[in-house]
Design a protein around this ligand. Structure first.
Ligand code: DGL
Length: 263
């Protein structure tokens, strides 16, 4: 069991921000990643569709013999976590509870940016309120961020303008801003620049990685010696994923394959 991989999935590149954190705290674990690049973005799709996609991906990851699944996507965490937990016989975790725990540490006034799906689900709002009832939560959907990031337009004046527009629309003083979409940590530099570093940015991936470590330890499922390399799968355009993914992670994605889940 311990030698098995951790399955991680997202609609595309975003989940790599979770992979990056997992690698820091669990260097001996093997990752099997699935990025649903054929069907990105998830953020504008209905709960029903996201649950269906998530189940298909989980089924695929199970064929890769994973010991645990990390839903490295806030939209899928908001809509499909409970369903996957019910359906699977291995531990499944999302990123939202971890992000909420981090946010309440900073201050009472919490901004949350995410996809339309995550924001409309109120998953962060509810998770934060469960921990700290008195917290004020200001949510803002930023639907243009994911396509810009998937296009690699990270250091781009157009992206900067769009970030500025969305942030201006959060018209209140906030202590922290939850990057409530796993793609958004790629925009950390530009968000920090536009907020003069005055707002603490919360990357839920950091706490999620610690939670994964804790769960593996508790269940005695940690791997102390990695034998095989990580594997990456996408449902479309592996070249684009490879180029941007390697740039972000800082290492080569040697074992990357395209697969069609619908076949
Ligand atoms: N990265 C995902 C999230 O955290 C999905 C973004 C999208 O595909 O819209 O919500």
């Amino acid at each position: 069991m311990n030698r098995k991989a951790i399955g991680v999935f997202d609609s595309g590149l975003g989940g790599l921000t979770v992979v990056k954190e997992l690698k820091k705290v669990l260097p001996n674990e093997r990752i099997v990643y699935f990025g649903d690049t054929a069907r990105v973005p998830y953020g504008s799709k209905s709960k029903e569709v996201i649950v269906r996609y998530s189940k298909e991906i989980a089924k695929f990851l199970k064929t890769q013999d994973v010991k645990m699944i990390v839903i490295a996507c806030n939209t899928a965490s908001a809509f499909a976590l409970e369903e996957l937990k019910k359906e699977l016989d291995i531990p499944v975790i999302g990123v939202i509870e971890a992000g909420a725990r981090m946010a309440v540490e900073i201050g009472e006034n919490i901004g949350v940016i995410g996809t339309k799906g995550t924001v409309s689900s109120k998953a962060y709002y509810n998770a934060i309120k469960r921990i700290k009832l008195g917290a004020n939560v200001y949510q803002k959907a930023c639907p243009l961020f994911v396509p810009l990031i998937e296009e690699g337009m990270i250091d781009d004046p157009i992206t900067e303008e769009i970030v500025k527009k969305y942030l201006n629309e959060i018209d209140v003083m906030i202590d922290s801003l939850v990057l409530g979409c796993t793609h958004y940590p790629l925009l950390t530099k530009v968000i920090n620049k536009l907020t003069n570093g005055k707002i603490k940015l919360i990357n839920p991936a950091e706490e999620t990685a610690k939670e994964v470590k804790m769960i593996l330890k508790e269940l005695h499922m940690e791997n102390f010696k990695r034998e095989k390399e990580d594997q990456y799968f996408v449902s479309d355009e592996p070249e684009n994923f490879k180029e941007l993914g390697e740039l972000f992670l800082g290492f080569e994605l040697e074992d990357l394959k395209e697969i069609n889940l619908e076949k």
